[in-house]
Design a protein around this ligand. Structure first.
Ligand code: G1P
Length: 305
């Protein structure tokens, strides 16, 4: 069996989830359910299925529910077994087993605002090795997990890799948009820059960076440089996009077009779509939901809103 060249992954989970307020006032956005699992569990499952054995979740105050979710709870399991509810007990144990396989550890985020800071915090903790960075608000349904597709691209190129997907032109202001120099085989793109949320007229390509990255020590050096400048001038935020963009100006960076279906859960509309799609895909509840949709079509005001 070949061992993957990437064993480590970071999930930045310190954000406020402001786009989903007030839903996220007490519940971290990473703990909102999609189907029968919180969003972050989908990400952890994806990583473990891709052979990752060292997961760091970067948190801030108010995120203890994430740790509670993954922590073993022998008292609860014992109670459920004593009550003859072994299927529930198995389900609780299975989540803790998942956390054990992924060796989840938690880090408190420290440093300037921006999504580069948790990555730099984790790099200090994990050491200078290539690592995956996955935002916690994406859910992928794919034959080959997205993380695995990124790892393969890294193994083929030994360079930083961004997960990308085609986007509609009007969506450019929501994403980092790569400057694509060359379209290679198997969905691999040679990238020479990354522009954060450009206007459609300024978008350098029709691809969006979708919150999955293989970050190498060279990118970490760029983040260190940005952070050093931030402490000198205290302006702006430290962004992973800026570090990738600076790196790509002089060194090779690749984009991997991800095969599969992507659900963003970081804003109300897309979160509802993810929940709806997950319910529709359920073998038992899917047909019920389709019937409900037909009924509500006749009287749209009778839904809970
Ligand atoms: C972040 C990144 C952006 C990327 C997006 C994907 O933006 O900065 O480049 O396209 O995630 O979800 P955010 O959604 O945090 O504003």
């Amino acid at each position: 069996m070949t061992t993957s060249m990437i064993r480590r992954a970071v999930i930045p989970a310190a954000g406020l989830g402001s786009r989903l307020l007030p839903l996220t006032k007490a519940t971290p956005k990473e703990m909102l359910p999609v189907g029968d699992k919180p969003v972050i569990e989908h990400t952890v499952r994806e990583l473990v299925a891709s052979g990752i054995t060292d997961i760091t979740i970067v948190v801030s105050g108010g995120k203890s529910l994430i740790q509670d979710h993954f922590r073993p709870n022998p008292a609860l399991v014992e109670q459920l077994r004593a009550d003859g509810k072994s299927a529930y007990a198995d389900a609780v144990e299975e989540v803790a087993e998942l956390a054990r396989q992924g060796h989840i550890t938690y880090l408190d985020q420290h440093g300037p605002y921006g999504n580069g800071t948790p990555v730099l915090n984790a790099a200090r903790h994990l050491g200078d090795e290539p690592m995956l960075v996955l935002w916690p608000d994406d859910v992928f349904v794919a034959e080959v997990p997205r993380a695995q597709q990124l790892i393969r691209a890294y193994e083929a190129t030994r360079c930083p890799v961004l997960a990308v997907m085609p986007m509609a032109p009007q969506d450019s202001q929501r994403y980092g948009v790569p400057v694509v120099k060359e379209d290679l085989d198997d969905g691999l793109l040679r990238i020479t820059g990354l522009v954060e949320k450009p206007k459609p007229a300024d978008a350098p390509s029709a691809f969006a960076a979708i919150g999955g990255y293989v970050v190498t020590p060279g990118i970490i050096d760029e983040l260190r440089e940005q952070t050093r400048r931030w402490y000198e001038h205290r302006t702006g935020e430290v962004y992973l996009t800026d570090a990738v963009n600076a790196y790509a100006a002089t060194r090779a960076v690749y984009g991997q077009v991800i095969q599969g279906r992507w659900y963003d859960t970081g804003n109300p509309a897309d979160y509802l779509v993810a929940q709806f799609a997950s319910a529709l895909a359920h073998p038992e509840y899917g047909p019920l939901l389709r019937q409900l949709a037909l009924d509500l079509d006749e009287d749209p005001t009778s839904g809970p809103g």
